[in-house]
Design a protein around this ligand. Structure first.
Ligand code: THU
Length: 159
């Protein structure tokens, strides 16, 4: 039997975004500056808001041994849980710019491994993480990581 999955998300122009989300995107853009990406020259920055209003930033960190590097989203979420293990992440903003220095016109969707890492925190705290994918033309708002990771692998499946 054929089945169909649909996902719900919003597309927003910059002016339509609320102030909190705009401020997070600005922090994500700023964090692209500190990305260590001498190999791909593709700079990704994240700003992650936690409960109690704490905001952390992170970016991609590459390595001469390519697989040792990590994406901005994982660098950020792991740092967050390492330092604030009792606080649930609530919103993550992601911005990326290419080697020509321009931010992406269309938003960068996070890779599968980063979706899985973010989902772990969503499941742990039982609270959705809102995701803002910044693009100069338009941004995408996803309301839960679950929405962009169908057929998730979860810990309880091993029981
Ligand atoms: N990258 C991220 O940081 N996040 C993504 O969602 C996709 C890709 C990084 C990894 C690598 O440093 C560079 O972008 C090129 O793949």
């Amino acid at each position: 039997m054929k089945q169909t999955l649909t996902i719900t998300y919003d597309t927003l122009q910059w002016e339509e975004m609320d102030n909190n989300d705009q401020a997070l995107v600005e922090k994500a853009k700023n964090s692209c500056k500190y990305s260590y990406a001498p190999f791909s020259e593709f700079h990704v920055g994240c700003a992650l808001q936690l409960e109690e209003g704490i905001i952390l930033t992170g970016n991609n960190q590459e390595n001469a041994s390519f697989p040792c590097g990590t994406c901005a989203e994982r660098a950020t979420i792991f740092y967050a849980h390492a330092n604030y293990p009792h606080l649930a992440p609530t919103v993550i903003a992601i911005a990326a710019r290419r080697k020509d220095g321009e931010y992406m016109e269309r938003p960068l969707p996070p890779c599968g491994a980063c979706r899985q890492a973010l989902l772990e925190m969503e499941n742990l705290f039982q609270k959705p993480i809102k995701m803002i994918l910044y693009g100069t033309r338009e941004s995408i708002i996803v309301h839960s990581i679950k929405d962009i990771l169908p057929f998730q692998f979860e810990a309880n499946m091993m029981e």
